[in-house]
Design a protein around this ligand. Structure first.
Ligand SMILES: C[S@@+](CC[C@H](N)C(=O)[O-])C[C@H]1O[C@@H](n2cnc3c(N)ncnc32)[C@H](O)[C@@H]1O
Length: 333
């Protein structure tokens, strides 16, 4: 929350009790449209309630809490967004990230003890997403916007020939970028049907329907094909248990031509920055809980690649996405 509290001599969890309530209240404000409604001008809580169609007393109490947490400011009887709230949370940009994480943390972490007790994911994350079309669309849109910002740098590292397979490539932004930059490249994107709906729209807009094929299905059971120059596995292995990754990488190696390369995009296990490192732990725990995955050490990923018969493994930290790296391995010629 924007308000920074120190635990002092008291129980170490007290500040977290407030932070958790602050994040949940912020999510309620986003979902109800509080920050958007206060964007043009400050309002009294009664006017805000009228605008939102909410209960006046509940709205007043939420506003008071949001002032205490540092999201709103109060002057006389009117409330306004603080400057950071106005910048990040009053529109549809970054606030989509908070809407996504609030749903994940408050709706899906209920059985966290169960996944840790049993070692089995407490939910099937992609099934859970497909039951929530709005959250699924938000998830793919977040990945797609991130891809827009890093694809220019990513494409400078990806070895390209004439055929490319993107496994779990949903929004298709990497295939679009690489096909645009390489006029003879043909790409195939495999993903679950709901995720590919986002890709379909983007491919149609990019006018690349003749060079990008979208194949709906499960990459664990589909025939992946053979003789690809390049296979992309971006943000995929962290969402799966280690044995499933070993199996998939062995099938990926069989789908490459000799001399072809697999390129993985993954989060670094640790970050220098303390907040970045703490977020990596949240991300990793969430992957374990929802998918049986985690942020894997690079050495473990390298061992899967080696077991799959791939060599010449190199790692390329991304300047445009600090804390993420590309890992590239080649099938011996
Ligand atoms: C974390 S997203 C990464 C998307 C994209 N590669 C990127 O980096 O932006 C993982 C993708 O894998 C897809 N996926 C998950 N399980 C799958 C499966 N069994 N078969 C095909 N796609 C799957 C998801 O739908 C999702 O689009």
């Amino acid at each position: 929350m924007p308000l920074h509290l120190e635990p002092g001599e008291g129980p170490p969890s007290f500040v977290d009790l407030i932070s958790t309530a602050a994040y949940r209240s912020m999510a309620a404000a986003l979902r109800l449209g509080v920050f958007a409604a206060l964007s043009p001008k400050p309002l009294t809580s009664a006017d805000l309630a009228r605008t939102l169609g909410t209960d006046p007393r509940g709205t007043a109490l939420l506003c008071e809490a949001l002032v205490a947490f540092g999201y709103l400011e109060q002057a006389d009887d009117t409330y306004s967004n603080t400057a950071p709230t106005q910048k990040w949370l009053s529109g549809n940009g970054y606030s989509e990230v908070d809407r996504f994480w609030a749903t994940v943390l408050f709706d899906s972490w209920d059985g966290l003890e169960d996944s840790i007790r049993t070692g089995k994911p407490a939910l099937d994350f992609y099934g859970w997403l497909s039951d929530r079309p709005e959250t699924l669309h938000r998830f793919q849109t977040m990945l797609s916007s991130h891809a827009d910002s890093i694809a220019p740098e990513v494409s400078t590292h990806v070895p390209v020939g004439s055929t490319l397979l993107d496994l779990g490539g949903g929004h298709a932004k990497y295939a679009i970028r690489l096909c645009t930059a390489n006029p003879t490249l043909h790409a195939t994107v495999i993903d679950l049907p709901e995720a590919l709906a986002v890709g379909e729209e983007a491919v149609a807009k990019s006018d690349l329907t003749d060079r990008i094929t979208l194949r709906p299905g499960d990459y664990d059971s589909l025939d992946l094909g053979t003789d690809f120059d390049t296979v992309l596995l971006f943000n995929v292995v962290h969402g799966r248990p280690a044995p499933a990754n070993q199996d998939l990488l062995t099938r990926v190696a069989a789908a490459l031509r000799p001399g072809g390369s697999v390129v993985l995009l993954e989060h670094d296990e640790h970050s220098e920055d303390r907040a970045g490192d703490a977020f990596a732990r949240v991300f990793s725990l969430n992957l374990f809980h929802g998918q049986g995955g985690q942020v894997y050490p690079t050495a473990e990923i390298e061992s899967w690649l080696t077991t799959a018969g791939l060599t010449t493994i190199t790692t390329h930290p991304l300047r445009t996405s600090p804390g993420q790296s590309l890992i590239i391995a080649t099938k011996p010629a």
